[in-house]
Ligand binder design. Structure first.
Ligand SMILES: Cc1ncc(COP(=O)(O)O)c(C=O)c1O
Length: 452
Protein backbone atom coordinates (compact mmCIF):
# COMPACT_ATOMS: atom_id res chain seq x y z
CA UNK A 1 0.00 0.00 0.00
CA UNK A 2 1.34 3.44 -0.85
CA UNK A 3 0.51 6.66 0.95
CA UNK A 4 1.93 8.99 -1.64
CA UNK A 5 -1.41 10.68 -2.24
CA UNK A 6 -1.77 11.65 1.37
CA UNK A 7 -0.33 15.01 2.39
CA UNK A 8 3.41 14.78 2.95
CA UNK A 9 4.89 15.24 6.39
CA UNK A 10 3.52 18.35 8.05
CA UNK A 11 5.39 21.56 7.41
CA UNK A 12 7.38 22.42 10.56
CA UNK A 13 5.86 25.92 10.39
CA UNK A 14 2.44 24.38 10.89
CA UNK A 15 3.60 21.88 13.49
CA UNK A 16 5.35 24.38 15.73
CA UNK A 17 2.30 26.46 16.73
CA UNK A 18 0.45 23.21 17.59
CA UNK A 19 3.42 22.01 19.61
CA UNK A 20 3.81 25.40 21.29
CA UNK A 21 0.15 25.30 22.34
CA UNK A 22 0.59 21.76 23.71
CA UNK A 23 3.71 22.77 25.67
CA UNK A 24 1.93 25.83 27.07
CA UNK A 25 -0.80 23.47 28.24
CA UNK A 26 1.75 21.23 29.98
CA UNK A 27 3.47 24.19 31.69
CA UNK A 28 0.06 25.40 32.87
CA UNK A 29 -0.84 21.96 34.28
CA UNK A 30 2.41 21.71 36.25
CA UNK A 31 3.82 25.09 37.34
CA UNK A 32 6.76 23.33 39.05
CA UNK A 33 8.36 22.48 35.71
CA UNK A 34 11.68 24.26 35.42
CA UNK A 35 14.01 24.82 32.48
CA UNK A 36 15.94 23.52 30.68
CA UNK A 37 13.54 20.65 30.19
CA UNK A 38 13.02 17.85 27.71
CA UNK A 39 9.34 17.07 27.24
CA UNK A 40 8.05 13.86 25.66
CA UNK A 41 4.59 13.59 24.17
CA UNK A 42 3.65 9.97 24.95
CA UNK A 43 0.68 10.03 22.55
CA UNK A 44 3.08 10.94 19.75
CA UNK A 45 5.61 8.32 20.91
CA UNK A 46 2.91 5.63 20.91
CA UNK A 47 1.89 6.58 17.37
CA UNK A 48 5.50 6.18 16.27
CA UNK A 49 5.81 2.74 17.88
CA UNK A 50 2.49 1.73 16.29
CA UNK A 51 3.75 2.94 12.92
CA UNK A 52 6.77 0.65 13.16
CA UNK A 53 4.75 -2.42 14.17
CA UNK A 54 2.20 -1.67 11.46
CA UNK A 55 4.59 -0.95 8.56
CA UNK A 56 7.37 -3.45 9.44
CA UNK A 57 5.45 -6.27 11.14
CA UNK A 58 8.10 -8.94 10.59
CA UNK A 59 11.10 -6.91 11.81
CA UNK A 60 11.36 -6.72 15.60
CA UNK A 61 12.56 -3.22 16.59
CA UNK A 62 15.42 -3.03 19.13
CA UNK A 63 15.43 0.57 20.33
CA UNK A 64 19.04 1.89 20.22
CA UNK A 65 19.25 3.33 23.70
CA UNK A 66 22.20 5.49 22.74
CA UNK A 67 19.58 7.83 21.21
CA UNK A 68 17.82 8.36 24.57
CA UNK A 69 18.47 6.46 27.77
CA UNK A 70 16.04 8.28 30.09
CA UNK A 71 14.66 5.54 32.36
CA UNK A 72 10.94 6.41 32.06
CA UNK A 73 11.29 6.31 28.27
CA UNK A 74 13.05 2.93 28.38
CA UNK A 75 10.29 1.63 30.66
CA UNK A 76 7.73 2.85 28.14
CA UNK A 77 9.42 1.00 25.28
CA UNK A 78 9.76 -2.12 27.44
CA UNK A 79 6.05 -2.04 28.28
CA UNK A 80 5.15 -1.56 24.61
CA UNK A 81 7.02 -4.76 23.63
CA UNK A 82 9.98 -3.04 21.99
CA UNK A 83 13.35 -4.82 22.42
CA UNK A 84 16.69 -3.00 22.86
CA UNK A 85 20.10 -2.39 21.37
CA UNK A 86 22.79 -1.70 23.98
CA UNK A 87 26.21 -0.58 22.77
CA UNK A 88 28.19 -0.93 25.99
CA UNK A 89 28.23 -2.76 29.32
CA UNK A 90 26.90 0.45 30.92
CA UNK A 91 23.82 0.47 28.67
CA UNK A 92 23.33 -3.24 29.28
CA UNK A 93 23.37 -2.62 33.05
CA UNK A 94 20.83 0.19 32.68
CA UNK A 95 18.47 -2.19 30.88
CA UNK A 96 18.93 -4.99 33.35
CA UNK A 97 18.19 -2.59 36.24
CA UNK A 98 14.82 -2.04 34.52
CA UNK A 99 14.26 -5.80 34.50
CA UNK A 100 14.70 -6.20 30.74
CA UNK A 101 15.76 -9.78 30.15
CA UNK A 102 18.84 -10.56 28.04
CA UNK A 103 16.81 -12.25 25.31
CA UNK A 104 15.30 -8.82 24.52
CA UNK A 105 18.73 -7.19 24.06
CA UNK A 106 21.32 -7.20 21.30
CA UNK A 107 24.73 -5.80 22.08
CA UNK A 108 26.19 -4.09 19.07
CA UNK A 109 29.48 -2.37 19.86
CA UNK A 110 31.98 -4.69 18.15
CA UNK A 111 34.95 -3.87 20.41
CA UNK A 112 34.75 -4.78 24.10
CA UNK A 113 36.32 -3.77 27.38
CA UNK A 114 36.76 -6.16 30.34
CA UNK A 115 33.73 -4.54 31.97
CA UNK A 116 31.64 -5.13 28.81
CA UNK A 117 32.61 -8.82 28.84
CA UNK A 118 31.81 -9.21 32.52
CA UNK A 119 28.42 -7.51 32.02
CA UNK A 120 27.66 -9.69 29.00
CA UNK A 121 28.39 -12.85 30.99
CA UNK A 122 26.11 -11.67 33.77
CA UNK A 123 23.15 -10.31 31.79
CA UNK A 124 23.33 -12.57 28.72
CA UNK A 125 22.20 -10.44 25.78
CA UNK A 126 20.68 -12.46 22.97
CA UNK A 127 23.26 -11.38 20.37
CA UNK A 128 26.77 -9.92 20.35
CA UNK A 129 28.52 -8.24 17.44
CA UNK A 130 32.19 -8.62 16.44
CA UNK A 131 34.41 -7.46 13.62
CA UNK A 132 37.77 -9.12 14.34
CA UNK A 133 39.11 -12.51 15.42
CA UNK A 134 40.62 -10.83 18.51
CA UNK A 135 37.11 -10.32 19.87
CA UNK A 136 36.46 -14.07 19.62
CA UNK A 137 39.64 -14.65 21.64
CA UNK A 138 38.38 -12.16 24.27
CA UNK A 139 35.09 -14.06 24.45
CA UNK A 140 36.96 -17.35 24.88
CA UNK A 141 39.04 -15.86 27.72
CA UNK A 142 35.89 -14.52 29.39
CA UNK A 143 34.14 -17.91 29.25
CA UNK A 144 31.58 -16.93 26.59
CA UNK A 145 29.73 -18.93 25.37
CA UNK A 146 29.26 -21.38 28.25
CA UNK A 147 26.84 -24.13 29.19
CA UNK A 148 24.25 -21.59 30.36
CA UNK A 149 24.70 -18.96 27.70
CA UNK A 150 24.83 -19.26 23.89
CA UNK A 151 24.59 -15.81 22.28
CA UNK A 152 24.09 -15.31 18.58
CA UNK A 153 27.36 -14.17 17.03
CA UNK A 154 26.94 -11.36 14.47
CA UNK A 155 29.63 -9.83 12.28
CA UNK A 156 29.32 -6.12 11.51
CA UNK A 157 29.72 -5.47 7.78
CA UNK A 158 31.21 -2.12 6.64
CA UNK A 159 29.07 -0.32 4.05
CA UNK A 160 30.88 2.16 1.78
CA UNK A 161 27.75 4.35 1.45
CA UNK A 162 27.05 4.65 5.19
CA UNK A 163 27.83 7.81 7.17
CA UNK A 164 28.40 5.52 10.20
CA UNK A 165 31.42 3.56 9.08
CA UNK A 166 33.55 3.62 12.17
CA UNK A 167 33.05 -0.14 12.42
CA UNK A 168 32.69 -3.13 10.18
CA UNK A 169 34.50 -5.76 8.13
CA UNK A 170 35.26 -4.49 4.61
CA UNK A 171 33.63 -7.16 2.42
CA UNK A 172 32.50 -4.84 -0.38
CA UNK A 173 35.67 -4.24 -2.34
CA UNK A 174 36.04 -1.76 -5.23
CA UNK A 175 37.72 -3.63 -8.11
CA UNK A 176 38.67 -2.85 -11.72
CA UNK A 177 36.34 -4.49 -14.22
CA UNK A 178 37.93 -7.26 -16.32
CA UNK A 179 36.69 -5.54 -19.51
CA UNK A 180 38.61 -2.38 -18.55
CA UNK A 181 35.39 -0.32 -18.45
CA UNK A 182 35.96 1.28 -15.04
CA UNK A 183 35.30 0.05 -11.51
CA UNK A 184 32.84 -2.40 -10.00
CA UNK A 185 32.41 -3.90 -6.52
CA UNK A 186 32.97 -7.51 -5.52
CA UNK A 187 31.72 -9.21 -2.35
CA UNK A 188 34.56 -10.87 -0.46
CA UNK A 189 33.36 -13.49 2.03
CA UNK A 190 36.89 -14.49 3.17
CA UNK A 191 37.29 -12.07 6.13
CA UNK A 192 33.95 -13.39 7.42
CA UNK A 193 35.06 -17.00 6.99
CA UNK A 194 38.13 -16.23 9.09
CA UNK A 195 36.06 -14.88 12.00
CA UNK A 196 33.40 -17.63 11.90
CA UNK A 197 36.14 -20.27 11.63
CA UNK A 198 37.72 -18.89 14.83
CA UNK A 199 34.28 -19.07 16.47
CA UNK A 200 33.85 -22.69 15.36
CA UNK A 201 37.26 -23.59 16.71
CA UNK A 202 36.31 -22.06 20.07
CA UNK A 203 33.08 -24.09 20.04
CA UNK A 204 34.98 -27.31 19.31
CA UNK A 205 37.74 -26.75 21.85
CA UNK A 206 35.48 -25.67 24.72
CA UNK A 207 32.49 -27.91 23.90
CA UNK A 208 30.18 -24.87 23.82
CA UNK A 209 27.95 -23.34 21.14
CA UNK A 210 27.09 -19.88 19.92
CA UNK A 211 23.33 -19.56 19.40
CA UNK A 212 23.83 -19.11 15.65
CA UNK A 213 25.62 -16.81 13.25
CA UNK A 214 24.49 -13.53 11.73
CA UNK A 215 25.38 -10.23 10.10
CA UNK A 216 24.77 -6.64 11.21
CA UNK A 217 25.07 -3.35 9.34
CA UNK A 218 24.08 0.32 9.65
CA UNK A 219 23.25 2.19 6.44
CA UNK A 220 23.77 5.64 8.00
CA UNK A 221 21.67 7.88 10.18
CA UNK A 222 18.68 9.90 8.92
CA UNK A 223 18.30 7.79 5.80
CA UNK A 224 15.27 8.86 3.74
CA UNK A 225 15.16 6.20 1.01
CA UNK A 226 14.82 2.39 1.10
CA UNK A 227 17.62 2.04 -1.48
CA UNK A 228 20.49 1.67 0.99
CA UNK A 229 18.52 -0.93 2.98
CA UNK A 230 17.95 -2.82 -0.29
CA UNK A 231 21.72 -2.73 -0.89
CA UNK A 232 22.36 -3.90 2.66
CA UNK A 233 20.00 -6.86 2.24
CA UNK A 234 21.53 -7.72 -1.14
CA UNK A 235 24.96 -7.66 0.54
CA UNK A 236 23.73 -9.93 3.34
CA UNK A 237 22.25 -12.31 0.79
CA UNK A 238 25.34 -12.54 -1.42
CA UNK A 239 27.76 -12.94 1.48
CA UNK A 240 25.52 -15.42 3.36
CA UNK A 241 24.96 -17.56 0.27
CA UNK A 242 28.66 -17.50 -0.63
CA UNK A 243 29.64 -18.60 2.90
CA UNK A 244 27.09 -21.43 2.85
CA UNK A 245 28.11 -22.57 -0.60
CA UNK A 246 31.88 -22.44 -0.08
CA UNK A 247 32.31 -23.30 3.59
CA UNK A 248 29.07 -24.83 4.83
CA UNK A 249 28.77 -22.04 7.44
CA UNK A 250 25.11 -21.03 7.80
CA UNK A 251 24.16 -17.46 8.59
CA UNK A 252 20.50 -17.04 9.51
CA UNK A 253 20.18 -13.91 11.65
CA UNK A 254 20.27 -10.44 10.10
CA UNK A 255 20.33 -7.09 11.87
CA UNK A 256 19.57 -4.25 9.45
CA UNK A 257 20.60 -1.63 12.04
CA UNK A 258 19.26 1.88 12.56
CA UNK A 259 19.17 4.94 10.34
CA UNK A 260 15.41 5.43 9.67
CA UNK A 261 14.96 9.20 9.45
CA UNK A 262 13.11 11.50 11.82
CA UNK A 263 10.13 13.59 10.75
CA UNK A 264 12.24 16.70 10.17
CA UNK A 265 14.39 14.93 7.59
CA UNK A 266 11.38 13.16 6.08
CA UNK A 267 9.59 16.47 5.49
CA UNK A 268 12.73 18.06 4.03
CA UNK A 269 13.16 15.10 1.66
CA UNK A 270 9.44 15.25 0.75
CA UNK A 271 8.78 11.70 1.92
CA UNK A 272 6.50 10.08 4.49
CA UNK A 273 8.07 7.89 7.18
CA UNK A 274 5.45 5.20 6.55
CA UNK A 275 6.47 4.93 2.88
CA UNK A 276 10.11 4.54 3.88
CA UNK A 277 9.28 1.67 6.24
CA UNK A 278 6.90 0.05 3.73
CA UNK A 279 9.67 0.11 1.09
CA UNK A 280 12.15 -1.49 3.50
CA UNK A 281 9.57 -4.04 4.59
CA UNK A 282 9.03 -5.12 0.96
CA UNK A 283 12.80 -5.50 0.55
CA UNK A 284 12.91 -7.67 3.70
CA UNK A 285 10.13 -9.94 2.39
CA UNK A 286 11.96 -10.30 -0.96
CA UNK A 287 15.13 -11.16 0.97
CA UNK A 288 13.32 -13.89 2.91
CA UNK A 289 12.14 -15.46 -0.34
CA UNK A 290 15.50 -15.20 -2.11
CA UNK A 291 17.83 -16.28 0.68
CA UNK A 292 17.00 -19.94 0.48
CA UNK A 293 17.09 -20.68 4.22
CA UNK A 294 15.10 -19.75 7.35
CA UNK A 295 15.99 -16.26 8.49
CA UNK A 296 15.24 -13.83 11.31
CA UNK A 297 15.54 -10.12 10.56
CA UNK A 298 15.72 -7.47 13.28
CA UNK A 299 16.44 -3.72 13.36
CA UNK A 300 17.90 -1.13 15.76
CA UNK A 301 16.01 2.12 15.18
CA UNK A 302 17.16 5.01 17.37
CA UNK A 303 16.05 8.45 16.25
CA UNK A 304 13.07 7.18 14.21
CA UNK A 305 11.32 6.01 17.37
CA UNK A 306 12.18 8.82 19.75
CA UNK A 307 13.22 12.05 17.97
CA UNK A 308 9.84 13.51 17.03
CA UNK A 309 8.02 13.08 20.34
CA UNK A 310 10.66 15.10 22.25
CA UNK A 311 10.92 18.90 22.57
CA UNK A 312 13.36 21.01 24.55
CA UNK A 313 12.21 24.15 26.32
CA UNK A 314 14.88 26.65 27.39
CA UNK A 315 14.53 30.07 28.92
CA UNK A 316 16.21 33.42 28.30
CA UNK A 317 18.21 34.17 31.44
CA UNK A 318 18.89 37.64 30.15
CA UNK A 319 18.03 39.59 27.01
CA UNK A 320 19.80 42.82 26.06
CA UNK A 321 19.87 45.08 23.02
CA UNK A 322 23.09 45.60 21.15
CA UNK A 323 23.98 47.52 18.01
CA UNK A 324 27.26 46.20 16.73
CA UNK A 325 27.71 42.72 15.29
CA UNK A 326 29.78 40.87 12.78
CA UNK A 327 28.07 38.94 9.97
CA UNK A 328 30.26 36.75 7.74
CA UNK A 329 33.31 38.82 8.61
CA UNK A 330 31.55 42.15 7.93
CA UNK A 331 30.95 44.49 10.83
CA UNK A 332 27.42 45.84 10.94
CA UNK A 333 25.84 48.59 12.98
CA UNK A 334 22.44 47.02 13.38
CA UNK A 335 20.09 46.61 16.29
CA UNK A 336 19.94 43.00 17.53
CA UNK A 337 19.15 41.04 20.69
CA UNK A 338 21.81 39.31 22.73
CA UNK A 339 20.14 36.36 24.47
CA UNK A 340 21.68 34.10 27.11
CA UNK A 341 19.70 30.83 27.26
CA UNK A 342 19.79 28.24 30.04
CA UNK A 343 20.52 25.44 27.52
CA UNK A 344 23.28 25.25 24.94
CA UNK A 345 25.77 23.28 22.90
CA UNK A 346 27.29 21.63 25.96
CA UNK A 347 23.77 20.70 27.05
CA UNK A 348 20.83 19.35 25.05
CA UNK A 349 21.83 21.26 21.91
CA UNK A 350 24.98 19.26 21.22
CA UNK A 351 23.20 18.17 18.00
CA UNK A 352 24.53 21.39 16.46
CA UNK A 353 27.84 19.50 16.30
CA UNK A 354 26.87 15.83 16.49
CA UNK A 355 24.04 16.02 13.92
CA UNK A 356 24.97 19.27 12.18
CA UNK A 357 21.57 20.55 13.29
CA UNK A 358 20.71 24.18 12.62
CA UNK A 359 18.21 25.07 15.33
CA UNK A 360 15.42 27.59 14.80
CA UNK A 361 13.82 27.79 18.24
CA UNK A 362 10.39 29.36 18.61
CA UNK A 363 10.19 32.09 21.26
CA UNK A 364 6.98 31.96 23.31
CA UNK A 365 5.38 33.00 26.59
CA UNK A 366 3.51 30.79 29.06
CA UNK A 367 0.38 32.79 28.50
CA UNK A 368 -0.65 32.82 24.82
CA UNK A 369 -2.45 36.15 25.18
CA UNK A 370 0.74 37.79 26.42
CA UNK A 371 2.05 38.36 22.88
CA UNK A 372 5.55 39.47 22.03
CA UNK A 373 5.40 42.76 20.22
CA UNK A 374 7.79 44.59 17.93
CA UNK A 375 9.34 43.92 14.52
CA UNK A 376 11.44 40.79 13.94
CA UNK A 377 15.12 41.51 14.50
CA UNK A 378 18.36 39.46 14.40
CA UNK A 379 19.89 37.99 17.51
CA UNK A 380 22.89 36.29 19.03
CA UNK A 381 22.02 33.20 21.08
CA UNK A 382 24.43 32.11 23.80
CA UNK A 383 24.31 28.92 25.85
CA UNK A 384 24.70 28.97 29.66
CA UNK A 385 28.37 28.01 30.06
CA UNK A 386 31.14 30.59 30.22
CA UNK A 387 32.73 29.17 27.06
CA UNK A 388 32.41 31.25 23.86
CA UNK A 389 32.06 28.02 21.85
CA UNK A 390 28.66 27.66 23.54
CA UNK A 391 26.76 29.63 20.91
CA UNK A 392 23.63 28.42 19.15
CA UNK A 393 23.87 29.43 15.50
CA UNK A 394 20.47 29.62 13.78
CA UNK A 395 20.14 30.33 10.03
CA UNK A 396 21.13 33.86 9.00
CA UNK A 397 17.47 34.65 8.30
CA UNK A 398 16.41 33.80 11.90
CA UNK A 399 14.65 36.66 13.72
CA UNK A 400 13.04 37.21 17.14
CA UNK A 401 10.45 39.84 18.10
CA UNK A 402 11.98 43.09 19.34
CA UNK A 403 9.74 42.78 22.39
CA UNK A 404 11.48 39.59 23.59
CA UNK A 405 12.34 39.85 27.28
CA UNK A 406 14.36 38.19 30.00
CA UNK A 407 12.40 35.12 31.17
CA UNK A 408 10.82 34.34 27.79
CA UNK A 409 10.82 30.72 26.61
CA UNK A 410 12.30 29.03 23.53
CA UNK A 411 10.96 25.82 22.04
CA UNK A 412 13.20 23.39 20.09
CA UNK A 413 11.30 20.62 18.29
CA UNK A 414 12.41 17.14 17.18
CA UNK A 415 14.72 16.86 20.20
CA UNK A 416 14.01 13.37 21.58
CA UNK A 417 17.14 11.75 20.09
CA UNK A 418 20.77 12.47 20.91
CA UNK A 419 19.97 15.39 23.25
CA UNK A 420 20.17 14.50 26.97
CA UNK A 421 22.41 11.53 26.17
CA UNK A 422 25.12 13.75 24.73
CA UNK A 423 24.67 16.65 27.19
CA UNK A 424 27.74 17.28 29.34
CA UNK A 425 28.16 18.43 32.93
CA UNK A 426 30.50 21.21 31.80
CA UNK A 427 30.39 24.20 34.17
CA UNK A 428 27.85 22.32 36.31
CA UNK A 429 24.97 24.22 34.70
CA UNK A 430 21.36 23.39 35.65
CA UNK A 431 20.45 19.73 34.94
CA UNK A 432 17.63 19.05 32.52
CA UNK A 433 14.20 18.26 33.90
CA UNK A 434 12.50 15.39 32.10
CA UNK A 435 8.73 15.65 31.53
CA UNK A 436 6.39 13.01 30.13
CA UNK A 437 2.93 14.14 29.11
CA UNK A 438 -0.23 13.07 27.31
CA UNK A 439 -2.64 15.60 25.89
CA UNK A 440 -5.25 12.86 25.50
CA UNK A 441 -5.52 12.35 29.28
CA UNK A 442 -3.92 15.48 30.74
CA UNK A 443 -1.18 13.35 32.38
CA UNK A 444 2.06 15.17 33.27
CA UNK A 445 4.97 13.43 35.05
CA UNK A 446 8.24 15.11 35.88
CA UNK A 447 11.66 13.63 36.74
CA UNK A 448 15.03 15.06 37.62
CA UNK A 449 17.77 13.83 35.28
CA UNK A 450 20.11 14.22 38.28
CA UNK A 451 18.60 11.11 39.82
CA UNK A 452 18.85 9.02 36.62
C1 LIG B 1 25.03 0.06 16.02
C2 LIG B 1 24.01 1.15 15.97
N1 LIG B 1 22.70 0.81 15.95
C3 LIG B 1 21.72 1.73 15.92
C4 LIG B 1 22.02 3.08 15.93
C5 LIG B 1 20.89 4.05 15.92
O1 LIG B 1 20.93 4.80 14.75
P1 LIG B 1 19.76 5.79 14.39
O2 LIG B 1 19.54 6.67 15.55
O3 LIG B 1 20.28 6.51 13.18
O4 LIG B 1 18.55 4.95 14.06
C6 LIG B 1 23.37 3.50 15.92
C7 LIG B 1 23.71 4.92 15.94
O5 LIG B 1 24.83 5.35 16.05
C8 LIG B 1 24.40 2.51 15.95
O6 LIG B 1 25.69 2.83 15.97
Amino acid sequence: MTHRNLPISPDPLEVKPVLTAAIRGVLARDPAITTPCLLFDLDRLDRQIDLWFDAMPSVQPHFAIKACDALPILEHFRDRGVAFDAATGGELETLSRLGVSGDKIVMTHPIRSQNDLETIRQHRPRAVVVQRVEEIVKFADAGIPNENYSPLLLIRIALPYSNLNKFGVPCIVPTERSDGLGMTTVFDYRPLKQIFTAARQLERERHVRFGGYGFAGHVGTNTTSPTNYQHLLATFRLLGQELRHRTGIRVNFFDIGGGYCDELHASRAGIVQRDLLAGISRAVERFRLDYGDDVEVIAEPGRFLIADSGAVVARAKIVTDSYFRSVAGTELFEKHKVIHLDDGVYGNLMGQIHDERVYEPIPFRRNASDTMTGPPIPCILWGPTCDSFDRIIPPESYRVPDGLQTGDYFLFDCMGAYSTVTATQFNRTEPTMLVLYRNSTGEVRRFSTKSQ
